[in-house]
Design a protein around this ligand. Structure first.
Ligand SMILES: [Zn+2]
Length: 177
């Protein structure tokens, strides 16, 4: 999904995942926070374009690192081509990942992941996992990689809470289908 970057709601995101011509396997969803921009810094498209410039010019990535960025208002911003491996956790682990960044600094005492943004985070994980027939456990927090000292996606976020929410969403959708 090269620029221009677009803001999708969860229903549009689900349709695009279903319609996308995937050419690589997805075996895992990787979750990060941006740290910066934090909620107070968020300016929508200008912030996504800012990350694109930072990643390509200052960090020499070939594109913005993440496949989508999830905004404080729950909108899902497109990023890197979904058929390209992300610049995720490194350590030879990027190849088969779908990677998103939740906009914010979720270290304790800073932003809170809740409301529409939390619902979108859980929705993105669930939709990508179900499309690729993955279990709920196919989720990696950046900080779980032992080679990093980062707290990403933030010390205020418990992985078990996210897994339980994804499992709950999956049960609700199974009931509808
Ligand atoms: Zn991270």
């Amino acid at each position: 999904m090269p620029p221009p970057f677009r803001a999708l709601n969860i229903d549009t995101f689900a349709r695009e995942v279903a319609a996308f011509a995937w050419t690589r396997p997805i075996l895992r969803v990787d979750m990060h926070h941006t740290f910066y921009p934090a909620h107070a810094d968020w300016k929508g498209l200008a912030s996504v374009e800012g990350m694109h410039v930072f990643h390509t010019r200052d960090r020499s990535f070939d594109d913005i690192a993440q496949h989508v960025s999830i905004a404080p208002d729950g909108m899902i911003w497109t990023g890197r081509d979904w058929n390209k491996a992300p610049a995720s956790v490194g350590c030879n682990m990027n190849a088969d990942a779908f990677m998103f960044e939740a906009i914010g600094n979720f270290d304790e005492g800073n932003d809170r992941l809740d409301g529409a943004q939390l619902a979108a985070v859980v929705g993105v994980i669930d939709i990508v996992q179900r499309h690729h027939r993955l279990p709920v456990q196919a989720l990696l927090f950046h900080r779980e990689v032992p080679q990093t000292k980062k707290t990403c996606p933030g010390t205020s976020i418990e992985k078990l809470d996210i897994l339980m929410a994804v499992a709950q969403r999956r049960r609700e959708h199974a009931a509808i289908a």
